[in-house]
Ligand binder design. Structure first.
Ligand SMILES: [Zn+2]
Ligand SMILES: [Zn+2]
Length: 241
């Protein structure tokens, strides 16, 4: 049988958060917290292809992953632990001195995934090339951001924006008027960007018109390229230098 996919960064974030909050003597496959993490990982909207569905992130595998972290941990004084992979080490080093931040991200991911309906919806949001998109908070929360920008509210937002900008639909970052530039082709050609920082985005909260900014596709792409850093204002200042 084909092997299951390698662990994704989001999965490692959840595992590492549990690792830091569990004494090493309690790490075994029947520990309820490890069983619980196994369930959460199975709901994470990351891997759609799972060749071995039964073994996919089962408690044994989760326990093994937690134990792999021991090899990187200077505070662990036991011996004989098999080292995890390269990404395991990267995630460990990234967060070893940022445990509060790690816990916040893990918590947001868990809250998102606990909502079954939302979790299913997030599977349908396409994965983007992670080399182009830097999201410290991970893929699940990035998908949640994109989910909150989807259709139902966009037309309302456009109407509201037009009302307040004397009939024009300008990008809030670059001020470009696509109708003016492209003629009919550019009529109402605009996207919506959710303004809440990704670090504050929470699973269940409804999106309102005030949460959205009207941005052109190019600026939206730029905002997403480093979404943990840029917002509408900072990108606006950035292009005016
Ligand atoms: Zn723009
Ligand atoms: Zn956006």
């Amino acid at each position: 049988m084909a092997r299951n996919p390698n662990w994704h960064r989001d999965e490692l974030i959840l595992a590492l958060d549990l690792y830091f909050n569990m004494s090493s003597g309690l790490m075994n496959a029947s520990n309820p917290q490890i069983v619980e993490l196994s369930k959460i990982l199975n709901k994470l909207p990351i891997h759609t292809i799972r060749p071995d569905e039964v073994k996919f992130r089962n408690p044994n595998g989760v326990n093994l992953k937690l134990n792999n972290f021991k090899a990187f941990d200077p505070n662990y004084d036991g011996v004989g632990m098999e080292r995890g992979g390269k990404l395991d080490e990267e995630v460990f080093q990234e967060f070893r001195n940022e445990r509060i931040r790690l816990h916040q991200i893990a918590d947001q991911i868990r809250k998102t995934v606990e909502n079954d309906q939302l979790s299913l919806e997030l599977y349908s949001i396409e994965n983007e090339d992670s080399s182009e998109i830097k999201v410290k908070e991970g893929r699940t929360l990035y998908k949640l951001h994109k989910f909150k920008e989807r259709k139902p509210l966009i037309n309302k937002k456009k109407k509201e924006f037009i009302l307040h900008s004397t009939g024009k639909l300008l990008c809030e970052v670059c001020d470009k008027d696509h109708y003016h530039f492209y003629g009919e082709l550019g009529y109402q050609y605009i996207e919506c960007h959710h303004k809440s920082p990704i670090s504050e985005i929470v699973g269940e909260v409804e999106t309102t018109l005030d949460d959205l900014a009207v941005v052109c596709a190019n600026c939206h792409r730029m905002l997403h390229s480093n979404i943990s850093v840029f917002n509408v204002e900072t990108l606006r200042n950035h292009i005016r230098i």
